[in-house]
Write a protein that binds this ligand. Structure first.
Ligand code: SAH
Ligand code: DHB
Ligand code: MG
Length: 234
C-alpha cells in the first residue's frame, strides 16, 4: 500500500458511517447467527428500552475476556434488556453465577424474560434497585468475591462502583467500566455533563490506586466514539 493510501485511512475515513460499516462487516465474519441474542435485542426495542446495550462485538469481547480468566462469578451493574448479561451468562456456563443489578423494574422484567429464553435462569440473577443500595447486601450475604465486574449503569456513580467492585473482588479479578470516554468529553475539564464529571471522578480514584492496575481504551464503532476501562485487581 502506498503511504498516501495509509494516510487517507488515518485521516479521512474515520466517520460514523465507516465505523458502522466495519462493525457490520466484522460481525458478519465473527459472530455466528444467534437467534437468542437477536430476540433479546428485539425484546428491548419492542418494550421501548433505550438502544444503549453493548454492541455485538463488545458483548463478544466481554464473553471472551470472562472465558479467558475462567470466570465463574460475574457481577454486572446495569442490566437493561439483558443483552450483555447473556454474553456473560454464557461465559460462566452451567454452575457459574452472574448477578446483574438494575434500577428499573421494567428493564429487569424484560431482561429476565430474555435470560429465561436464553436458558440461563439457573445462572443469572437480576436484582432490582439502586446499585448503591444493593451492593452492601452482596457483601453482607457473603456473595462473591467476583472474578469479573462489568460496570455499565449511571456514569455519575462510576467511581463508587469501582470502589465497590474492588471490595467485592479478589486478587486477579477483572473490572471493566463501559462508556468512560463519551466522545472525548472525559478529557474536557469544562464539560459540565454529569457523566463526564462522574468519569473524571472515577479516573481520580484509579490514579495511583494501589489496589489495581488499569488501562483505558478508546473505541469507535456502531455506538460512536467512546471507550472502556480494563482493570486488574492486585
Ligand atoms: N449492560 C447493558 C446496558 C445497560 S444500560 C447492556 O449492555 O446490554 C444502563 C442500565 O443501568 C439501564 O437499564 C438503567 O436503568 C440502569 N441504571 C441506571 N442507574 C442505575 C442505578 N443507580 N442502579 C442500577 N441500575 C441503574
Ligand atoms: C448510555 C449508556 C450506556 O451504557 C451506553 O453504553 C451508551 C449510552 C447513555 O446513558 O446514554
Ligand atoms: Mg454502556
Amino acid at each position: 500500500m502506498l503511504q498516501s493510501d495509509s494516510a487517507s485511512y488515518c485521516c479521512c475515513m474515520t466517520d460514523q458511517g465507516t465505523w458502522e460499516r466495519v462493525d457490520h462487516y466484522v460481525e458478519g465474519k465473527l459472530l455466528a447467527p444467534d437467534a437468542t441474542l437477536d430476540a433479546a435485542s428485539a425484546a428491548g426495542t419492542a418494550a421501548g428500552l433505550p438502544a444503549i446495550a453493548v454492541s455485538p462485538m463488545q458483548g463478544r469481547l466481554l464473553e471472551l475476556l470472562a472465558r479467558s480468566i475462567g470466570a465463574r462469578s460475574v457481577l454486572e451493574i446495569g442490566t437493561l434488556a439483558g443483552y450483555s448479561t447473556i454474553f456473560l451468562g454464557r461465559a460462566v456456563g452451567a454452575g457459574g453465577r452472574v448477578i446483574s443489578l438494575e434500577f428499573e423494574p421494567r428493564h429487569a422484567q424484560v431482561a429476565r424474560s430474555s435470560i429465561n429464553a436464553a436458558g440461563l435462569d439457573e445462572v443469572v440473577e437480576v436484582r432490582v434497585g439502586r446499585a448503591l443500595d444493593l451492593l452492601p447486601g452482596l457483601l453482607d450475604e457473603g456473595i462473591g468475591p467476583f472474578d469479573l465486574v462489568f460496570i455499565d449503569a449511571d456514569k455519575e456513580s462510576n467511581a463508587d462502583y469501582v470502589d465497590w467492585a474492588i471490595r467485592l473482588a479478589h486478587p486477579g479479578s477483572v473490572i471493566i467500566v463501559d462508556n468512560v470516554v463519551r466522545g472525548g468529553a472525559v478529557a474536557d475539564p469544562n464539560d459540565p455533563s454529569s457523566g463526564a464529571r462522574g468519569n473524571r471522578r472515577m479516573f481520580d480514584l484509579l490514579e495511583g490506586n494501589e489496589k489495581l492496575d488499569a488501562t483505558a481504551i478508546q473505541t469507535v464503532g456502531s455506538k460512536g466514539y467512546d471507550g472502556f476501562v480494563f482493570a486488574l485487581v492486585r
